[in-house]
Design a protein around this ligand. Sequence first.
Ligand code: DC
Length: 204
Amino acid sequence: MMSPFTVAIDGPAAAGKGTISKEVAVHFDLAHLDTGLLYRAVGARMLRGEDPTAAAQTLVASDLENPELRTADVAQAASKVAVIPEVRAALLNFQRAFARRSGGAVLDGRDIGTVICPRAEVKLFVTASAEVRAQRRLSELQERGFDTDLETVLADVKARDDRDMTRADAPLRPAGDAVTIDTSELSIGEAVAQAIAAVKVRCD
Ligand code: DC
């Protein structure tokens, strides 16, 4: 594959973009950055009492290794700090540099195809109905031992969608030239196959 080569994968929470991104990265031997982790790391530091902008400006690699980053509380905090333009600005250069590294990269998030990498070689928008996403997130949380129910998870997913889609700065939306993959009725294998096919079209 020619380098640099950027695959931008955006979409709402629990649509399957994390798994798809990892599989696409492995398949094409590209580096992978889950940009949601950056916002989660800032959110976790805010929950510990720090100012979110200061946290974003001083983020270090070890912040991304915090095991609490995957909790529902940190997910909501991430979505809240992501509304702050100064937080987004502080995380911009790192993401852009990662995207253009030699050897190519896959980045997944909410604004990769629209703001971070508007000239990405491939843009995918991975989505699914809120009900399907909540059911998947519930199974994932239960497997990890969290005691919760569908109603709570669905309310969380909808609150996060609403905040991510209506914020003024870099709202979640598909780029005009993105290929949309709706995973509501797809197995993970089928969704990954569609994503790989969409990337192949652009690099053949
Ligand atoms: O992908 P995720 O669920 O880990 O993301 C957590 C939150 O971070 C999400 O609700 C909004 C924010 N986010 C963002 O605003 N922009 C990104 N590129 C990635 C995540």
